[in-house]
Design a protein around this ligand. Sequence first.
Ligand SMILES: NC(=O)c1ccc[n+]([C@@H]2O[C@H](COP(=O)([O-])OP(=O)(O)OC[C@H]3O[C@@H](n4cnc5c(N)ncnc54)[C@H](OP(=O)(O)O)[C@@H]3O)[C@@H](O)[C@H]2O)c1
Length: 281
Amino acid sequence: MRVLITGGTSGMGQQLAMQLFAEGHDVDVIGGTDQVRGMNLVALSRGRIRYYPADLGNIGDIKRVAAEYCHECSSLDRLVLNAGVYQRQSLLDEKGVDKAFVVNYLHRFMLLLLLRPLLLASENPRVLINGCANFGGVELDSRIFGRRYQGMQGMTEALRANGLLAYWLNARGDYGVDVDAINPGYVNTGMHRQGGHLMRLMIHWFAISPQHAAEKIRQVLTASDLPSQGGYFNGVKVGRYRHSVTGRPEDFARLWEQSLSLAEIREPVWAAPADTQLRLA
Ligand SMILES: NC(=O)c1ccc[n+]([C@@H]2O[C@H](COP(=O)([O-])OP(=O)(O)OC[C@H]3O[C@@H](n4cnc5c(N)ncnc54)[C@H](OP(=O)(O)O)[C@@H]3O)[C@@H](O)[C@H]2O)c1
């Protein structure tokens, strides 16, 4: 099985990459702001894990790496959208879009669209989004969307957007690939170490290890008996999306529209079989 993991250079993503590699799968990793970590992963696997450096907080770089990956691969069995960052202060790009927002939500949206042709070329493809809330309530005002996005509030907003995306891509029925969502629990990774004193204390008391979390993700990712329409997983247990996600298709429609606009991707045409490639603006 060929698996692509975003943010596979540290934390849960790195542990997942190593566990899947040890099981004999072909593992590719996109992302990582620290390229030394990426090269370490390649070295640990004796060159068998392929590493594609990219800044997943940069819309142009996401398109570049997606195009490079599509050029090198003919099909993809599992896509794990995992990269994330906890940013205390807002860091905006030249268009005023928050970098943390791009890493935590928009790179997932973009790769879901841009890598879809590779997934459709697999016999049994699946996507797993790590970092999803099962409740809705995303700020969809176009003047705010993607901006002013730091700290825990910004992180929660991304988790909600990811939940909406995962649920509605399945419910709408036209994406053609099951998209599962997972909340692995509270995990002791570098992300929390960037937080304040209280956050560090909480980790010390309550968090599970990244190995343990990756084990749960691996189980969900490789299970052969999952429900066919995409599910929400609390660890390895099947959970449920709340009504604030399932009952508000208009929120997803706005999220979709705003995301296409920010990423400068035109509406994809799913219907025509020959036209699975996206038309990039
Ligand atoms: N930790 C938790 O308690 C928890 C709970 C639920 C869900 N999650 C989700 O799990 C996911 C993985 O997080 P983690 O806890 O394992 O944290 P982590 O150890 O900090 O890993 C985050 C990964 O994302 C990469 N990344 C961050 N910014 C990037 C950028 N601009 N471009 C490319 N790659 C970038 C990091 O690479 P570099 O280190 O090289 O930048 C790293 O590989 C996140 O999406 C998070 O929201 C975490």
